[in-house]
Structure formats: C-alpha cells, structure tokens
Ligand binder design. Structure first.
Ligand SMILES: NC(=O)c1ccc[n+]([C@@H]2O[C@H](COP(=O)([O-])OP(=O)(O)OC[C@H]3O[C@@H](n4cnc5c(N)ncnc54)[C@H](O)[C@@H]3O)[C@@H](O)[C@H]2O)c1
Ligand SMILES: [Fe+2]
Length: 387
C-alpha cells in the first residue's frame, strides 16, 4: 500500500475529433513562430500533411516540411538532419504521422540541443540537455509515441533497433485526433492496433507496473479488444477509430513507466532482418510470448482474460490465465495478422534471433514477468513458427 510510485506524462494532451485544428494554437501556446513539420514521404505525397500545413498557413505560422526518411527510421537518416534546426532557425518541431514520423522528429530535436552522435543517447535518461518544444500528432493508433518518453531508431548496418528513453522526449503538446487514422488501410490498422495491444498486455504484466499504469492499461485492454476488429473491418467507423486512439494513447502513456517485455524484445530481431512492420512483428509473436509468460503471473493473465470478455468462472487460475492467450490468438486470426514465417522467418533464424534478443534487449527483458534464457527465448520463437 505504501509503495512510492511514479507516472510520466506528456504535459498537455488535446484529444478528440477535429483536434488537429488546434495545431496553430499549440504553436502559439509554446511561443513557436517558425516550426519544422516532420512527416514521412507517403504522408506528404498523399496530401495527408496538408491537414496540418493548411492550419499553419491560415494562422500565419512559418514552417518547412521534412520527409527525408523511411519507416522505422535509421540512425544514419536522422543524423543527416542534425543541422536542420540551427541552420534554419526553427523554434520547435511538429511530428505528424505514424511512430516513424514522431520518432524522427524527436531524434532531430535531441541532435539539435546535444552534441554527441545520436546512438550515444540510447538507454534511459542519457540525453543531457532539454530539447526544443515538441508537438506530436499521431495518424496511427498506434505506437503511443505522442505520449511516451521514447524514440526508437534502427542501425541500418546491423538491423538492431534501440530506444532513446528520456523525460525530455515527452511531447509538450500531444494532439490526438481520431479522424487522422480513418485513412489507414485494414492491414495497417491491424498491425498498429496490435502494437498498442502489445503495449498494454506487456505493460499490464510487467514487474515494473504500478497502480496507475495498470489503471490505464486495464482501460486500454478493454477498449482495444472491443474495437480493433471493428476498425479493421470498417475503417470509417469513427467510434471504433476514436476508441482505438483512446486505447493506444492510454497504452502509450503508461508504457514509459511500466516498460514493455519479451514480445517487443523478440520482435526487434524479426524487424531488423526482414523489415517486418513493428506492429506486425509484435502481433505475430504475442500469443507465443504470452503462452510462455503466463506462468510468471497467472492471476494477472487471468485478469486479462476477464478484461477481454472471456468467461473464466469455474476455471482454476492456470486455465483461466491461458484463456487470455487463446483470446489474443483469436483476435490475431480475426484481423488477418501474418505469422512469423509469412514475415520471412525460418527455423535457421531461431538461434541467431535468440542470441540477438538476449544481447541487445536487456532494457526490455528486465521487467518481463518470467525470466528468459537464450534457450527459452529460442523455444518461444520455435513455438511462434509452429515447430
Ligand atoms: N516512440 C515510441 O514510444 C514507440 C512505440 C512503439 C513503436 N515505435 C516505433 O514506431 C515505428 C512504427 O510506427 P507506426 O507503426 O505508426 O508506422 P509508421 O510510422 O512506420 O508508418 C507506416 C506506414 O503507414 C503510413 N501511414 C501512417 N499514417 C497513415 C494514415 N493515417 N493513413 C495512411 N497511411 C498512413 C506511413 O506513411 C507509412 O508508410 C517503428 O519504428 C517503431 O519502432 C515507437
Ligand atoms: Fe511497440
């Protein structure tokens, strides 16, 4: 009862349909008169970015759009943009897009106020200096980057992904407008929705969770399990889109403190080698990881089953806990998530992936509810492959 717990949060979250129109006001609130809009090439070529730039035009806020990076941005790509802010006198950054755009914006901000190469800041609270004002506007639901303290970058040579986690990377203002996600096609909706779902499940059972993070993750599990199928099946269902964005925001909010676990740790190896989208890699591994982790905390997994609407009456704790695994498997099947082999993985990868996970992802494995070894990690990959 008397444990001291903490909760990190973006300073100001503006949530709701039409909220994107507040982007000009958000700049004024932060005294930003000239801003860099960071948004990936598709968001620019498809015209999506005009949802932000039209408002900036109307309200006389000076801006440029930066889009010279790709999905799952690499260290090298963000390094190329390190001088952009100083050379052009931008006073703040707007990230507009999926997690790749938001994280590129955060990385540019880190480089603008700190002198070392970006990889020096990987880890927890290793960024020495505060960054410029950050406004984050997600268009997927999603990574939760708009309310998280993280920025995830890929090493293009090794394929290894790492995270900069810093309190300076919490957005000053997060603008969450569910309408921004209506244009996401079904496969993208499914993958990013499962990323958010993995955040809440891993966060809920994390050994670093606290009463407040569990409150957020509990709501997120309910919202996502009852709305993801609807959002995938009918992208124009604005109520489902609203609930998905609320769920991904809750999930991301609590993630900074609760931390994630083995599923994210193991997904990075798959993403690195086969360029699998982040959410798709998590979704393909999640049932197998849950099957392994459930024994680490049966009662929390039983709670997840109940939150997902499973009937556990009359079941012992073990059987009730495994109902959560079958419920997630059912969800993944219903929304047509690809398996790990369809993403490219083969039996030959198992050993190498297990080694890489244990070596590179200790930050994520620290709070996993059940201890992993290289052997058990390999067994989970084998389970996901159906071998
Ligand atoms: N910082 C964090 O807290 C955090 C958390 C989880 C994941 N991540 C990172 O986020 C990245 C993944 O982000 P993501 O899954 O949101 O995808 P993404 O940003 O990589 O985008 C994937 C594709 O979807 C398109 N897209 C985005 N929004 C769209 C929309 N509304 N309509 C149509 N197309 C749209 C993009 O243009 C892109 O082509 C990964 O690098 C992952 O590691 C970061
Ligand atoms: Fe994620």
């Amino acid at each position: 009862m008397n444990n001291i717990f903490n909760f990190l949060s973006a300073t100001d979250v503006r949530f709701g349909i039409g909220a994107v129109k507040q982007v000009g006001q958000a700049c004024r609130d932060l005294s930003v008169k000239k801003v860099l809009v960071v948004s990936d090439p598709f968001m620019v070529s498809s015209g999506n970015v005009t949802k932000v730039t039209d408002v900036l035009d109307d309200e006389g806020i000076e801006y440029s759009v930066y889009s010279d990076f790709e999905a799952s941005p690499s260290i090298e790509q963000v390094a190329n943009a390190s001088d952009l802010m100083k050379e052009n006198g931008f006073e703040g950054i707007i990230g507009f897009g999926g997690g790749s755009s938001l994280d590129t914006g955060k990385a540019i901000a880190v480089l603008n106020s700190n002198d070392m190469p970006v990889e020096q800041y990987f880890g927890i609270d290793k960024v020495p200096n505060p960054v410029c004002p950050l406004i984050m506007i997600p268009t997927t639901a999603g990574t939760g980057s708009e309310v998280s303290n993280a920025c995830i970058l890929r090493n293009a040579e090794t394929g290894v992904k790492g995270g900069i986690c810093s309190r300076f990377l919490m957005a000053d203002i997060a603008i969450c407008d569910p309408e921004m996600t209506v244009s996401c096609p079904p496969a993208l909706t499914a993958a990013v929705g499962m990323d958010a779902y993995t955040h809440c499940i891993e966060g809920y059972v994390s050994n670093n969770a606290n009463i407040l993070t569990r409150t957020f993750h509990r709501e997120a599990i309910k919202l996502i399990s009852s709305n993801l199928r609807k959002a995938v099946a009918n992208g124009n269902d604005i109520e489902a889109r609203y609930n998905m964005m609320l769920g991904s925001t809750y999930a991301g909010w609590a993630m900074a403190v609760a931390s994630l676990g083995a599923c994210h740790a193991m997904a990075y190896a798959l993403e690195g080698k086969y360029h699998a989208p982040h959410g798709a890699a998590n979704a393909a591994l999640l049932p197998a990881v849950m099957r392994y982790n459930a024994l680490g905390n049966l009662s929390l997994f039983k709670e997840i089953a109940v939150l997902m609407g499973e009937n556990v009456s009359g079941l012992n704790d073990r059987d009730a806990a495994y109902k959560a695994v079958t419920a997630v498997q059912q969800m993944v099947d219903d929304i047509d998530i690809k398996g790990v082999s369809e993403l490219g993985m083969t039996e030959d990868d198992i050993e190498d992936f297990a080694k890489k996970t244990m070596k590179n992802q200790t930050r994520l494995l620290n709070f996993n509810p059940r201890r992993l070894t290289e052997e058990t990690c390999a067994a989970i990959y084998r389970d996901a492959l159906g071998k």
